[in-house]
Design a protein around this ligand. Structure first.
Ligand code: G3H
Ligand code: 13P
Ligand code: ZN
Length: 323
């Protein structure tokens, strides 16, 4: 089937008590790892491209690689989504390039400016059959060249969501309930230590805010950004093969599972894929210092991305078998 929008996907996810995975893509191997897992698990999927990814690969390559995945995986629905679009121009350029979904992220602006800017994108997108994700609240963490400190971050205010959605006409809403971008989501001071394992435990997500939002927007698809769990096996693999990533802590998968069963229809995962790729390549070079063929070290990286995505689909998102 051709690229789809997320409209039907979100309806089914909302009613079925699961979430669709939205995975960031930057190159062929990442796209293949994700979509092969989704095809085998019969899962719908959102492939998302950030402004940075678009600048890295240029505006043509990633679209064409995603189109190749659509040809290779005709039995699963695939959305091509712009992640964190920061202007009307970026969103328009993606819509004109064939994206079926865009995010306009004006969450750092005032409430009024966020509404005005989002409305403009919604008008153009809807006129072209494309859906729009918007955001209220500010996640902490690093995303592209934007760093939001813990002090600057703030949770979504549930009392704002109805006005925002009705005035903008957006199709889904990203909210801030304590997730965070990147591999270093929390400082050690924000965490407690598990007395048994010594592992850092992050503060729990604010499910009370999510519940308030859902009460005010019944049936409306909610999105969670910054939802990597930062798998410790890959952090260890990186650190034991010459890397240095102390205290990288993510969102516990049990909390994401709980979110996926609620109105959260889309869960964004990027950092975990990066960790799997980097850990695998670092280990490969340590074990094969004389190798220099990219196919040799990217092959196991792609395989590990595939298995990581399979685990997310089955054990975290619950979207396997839902294509
Ligand atoms: O939230 C942002 C995503 O992790 C994309 O990151 O802008 O470095 O491609 P990027
Ligand atoms: P992570 O950094 O937690 O993977 O979040 C990705 C994200 O939100 C992309 O928009
Ligand atoms: Zn994000």
């Amino acid at each position: 089937m051709p690229l789809v929008t997320s409209t039907e996907m979100f309806k089914k996810a909302y009613n079925g008590g699961y979430a669709v995975g939205a995975f960031n893509v930057n190159n062929m191997e990442i796209i293949q790892g994700i979509t092969e897992a989704c095809r085998e698990e019969k899962a719908p999927v959102i492939l998302q491209v950030s402004k940075g990814a678009r600048a890295y690969a240029n505006r043509t390559y990633l679209v064409k690689l995603v189109e190749a995945a659509v040809i290779e995986c005709p039995e699963i629905p695939i959305v091509l989504h712009l992640d964190h679009g920061d202007s009307f121009e970026t969103c328009k350029s993606c819509i004109d390039d064939g994206f079926t979904s865009v995010m306009i992220d004006l969450s750092s602006k005032s409430f009024a400016e966020n509404i005005e800017g989002t409305k403009e994108v919604v008008k153009y997108a809807h006129d072209h059959g494309v859906v729009v994700e918007a955001e209220l609240g500010a996640l902490a963490g690093v995303e592209d060249d934007v760093k939001v400190s813990a002090e600057e971050s703030h949770y979504t205010r549930p009392e704002e969501v109805e006005e925002f959605v009705s005035k903008t006409g957006c199709d889904s809403l990203a909210i801030a309930i304590g997730t965070s971008h990147g591999a270093y989501k929390f400082t050690a001071a924000q965490c407690t230590r598990d007395p048994a394992t010594g592992e850092l435990l992050p503060p729990p997500l604010r499910f009370d805010i999510l519940e308030e939002v859902v009460k005010r927007l019944p049936g409306f698809p909610i999105v969670l950004h910054g939802s990597s769990s930062v798998p410790q096996n890959y952090v260890k693999m990186i650190n034991s093969n010459g890397g240095k990533m102390p205290d990288a802590v993510g969102i516990p998968e049990s909390q994401l599972r709980k979110a996926a069963e609620s109105a959260v229809c889309k869960i964004n995962i990027d950092s975990d894929l990066r960790l799997a790729l980097t850990g695998t390549v670092r280990q490969y070079f340590n074990e094969h210092p004389d190798h220099f063929d990219p196919r040799q070290y990217l092959k196991p990286a792609r395989a590990n991305i595939k298995e990581l995505v399979r685990h997310k689909l089955v054990d975290v998102l619950g979207c396997n078998g839902k294509a």
